[in-house]
Design a protein around this ligand. Structure first.
Ligand code: XIL
Length: 353
């Protein structure tokens, strides 16, 4: 006999599975993104992706630049400690893959407040200098001639935009001092790579964007070899129209190359009660993503460094990992099976506007 209660209970569950499908019924068509991008079009990559033929095919079709997602960070390179050889194996594999496929590599990242605290705990003075300088020189030196660019310092500004983050690096060298030192050492190790300062929420939180640009100004005045501005663009789809464009225009006033370095845009409402339909949320997402693509394409050509997404398929996204993932978010341009999401069409349409 059919259990009516079980059947009724199953209906909302089935509807939930299909949460964003209603807005995506019709197949989306989008051109290969690198073919319409006004600059190199990038994605992040993990070495394991190279063993996934579907990922490789999607990457070959759409991207011309790669950013290692985490295997080029201190957490992996120095995972065995400072007295053991650095681990370059996985990123070397990524670099070889990029070269074999005619793709550029963007290095990410040398000095980050969130990493390396364990390595320098208890050190100061000359010992600290040796660790800091050696890390930057060895890593940037290893990839000299192989990477196009580096995020030399990642995420220096506090979330509320009040100022510089306090971290193990700033405690030794001062708030701006550690940034200056990292850029100087990186420049010496790889004079050809374009050196970036990279941060997030710069469009989402105008106060933070403004504070980041004040840091850029101070660094340039101090003679820092800062050569590019990276805006991660983990977009908040709720921000008012125009806010992204304002930030990109403000950032452009230095005349430096700009890298949209980690674009994704979650459809989730982060626990807030949200009465909007899936279709409305998708419209907000594609609206903001398109705005970013238009603002980037409107930059003078010499300032369009690259436009990178933080993953190809929704299922590749860092926002879709772990226990909290409900399997429904669609923060990236491609579905799990590699079909275009509305976001892919929004990027292409923004580039072609
Ligand atoms: C994330 C990666 O996607 C994850 O795989 C990793 O575990 C944590 O870092 N800003 C950055 C990126 O600069 O390095 C972060 O990447 C996402 C936020």
């Amino acid at each position: 006999m059919i259990d009516r209660r079980a059947l009724l209970a199953a209906v909302p569950a089935l509807a939930a599975c299909d949460r964003f499908a209603s807005a995506q019924d019709a197949p989306i068509s989008a051109p290969p993104l690198k073919s319409v991008s006004p600059a190199p079009f990038g994605t992040c990559i993990q070495a394991g992706h190279i063993d996934d033929p579907a990922w490789v095919a999607l990457a070959r079709a759409n991207v011309s630049q790669l950013t290692p997602e985490w295997e080029m960070k201190m957490e992996y390179i120095a995972a065995d400690g400072l007295n053991a050889p650095y681990r370059f194996d996985r990123t070397d594999r990524i670099v070889d893959f990029a070269q074999a496929n005619g793709m550029a590599v963007h290095g990410h990242t040398l000095i980050w407040y969130s990493q390396g605290g364990d390595l320098v705990a208890g050190l100061s003075g000359a010992e600290f200098d040796r660790v800091f300088d050696d890390y930057v020189a060895t890593v940037a030196g290893h990839y000299r001639g192989k990477v196009r660019s580096w995020d030399v310092v990642n995420e220096p500004i506090t979330d509320d935009g009040e100022g510089m983050r306090d971290c193990h690096w700033s405690r030794e060298y001062g708030a701006d001092g550690y940034v200056l030192r990292a850029f100087e050492k990186a420049k010496a190790a790889d004079p050809e790579a374009v050196l970036f300062l990279n941060d997030y929420n710069l469009e989402n939180t105008p106060r933070k964007g403004a504070e980041f640009l004040r840091l850029v100004e101070r660094l340039l005045k101090a003679g820092c070899p800062l050569e590019g501005i990276g805006t991660q663009a983990h977009l908040d789809i709720e921000i008012p129209p125009g806010q992204i464009t304002s930030f990109i225009r403000e950032a452009a006033r230095f005349g430096l190359p700009i890298h949209v370095s980690e674009l994704d845009a979650s459809l989730r409402s982060e626990g807030r009660i949200d009465l909007r339909s899936d279709r409305e949320r998708l419209a907000q997402q594609t609206g903001r993503v398109r705005e970013l693509a238009v603002a980037f394409a409107d930059l003078p050509e010499r300032q369009r460094f690259a436009f990178s997404i933080w993953g190809l398929r929704d299922t590749d996204s860092w926002l879709r990992q772990g226990d909290k993932d409900d399997g429904k978010d669609s923060p990236l341009p491609f579905t799990a099976s590699g079909a275009a999401n509305p976001m892919a069409a929004a990027i292409a349409s923004g580039f072609q506007a």
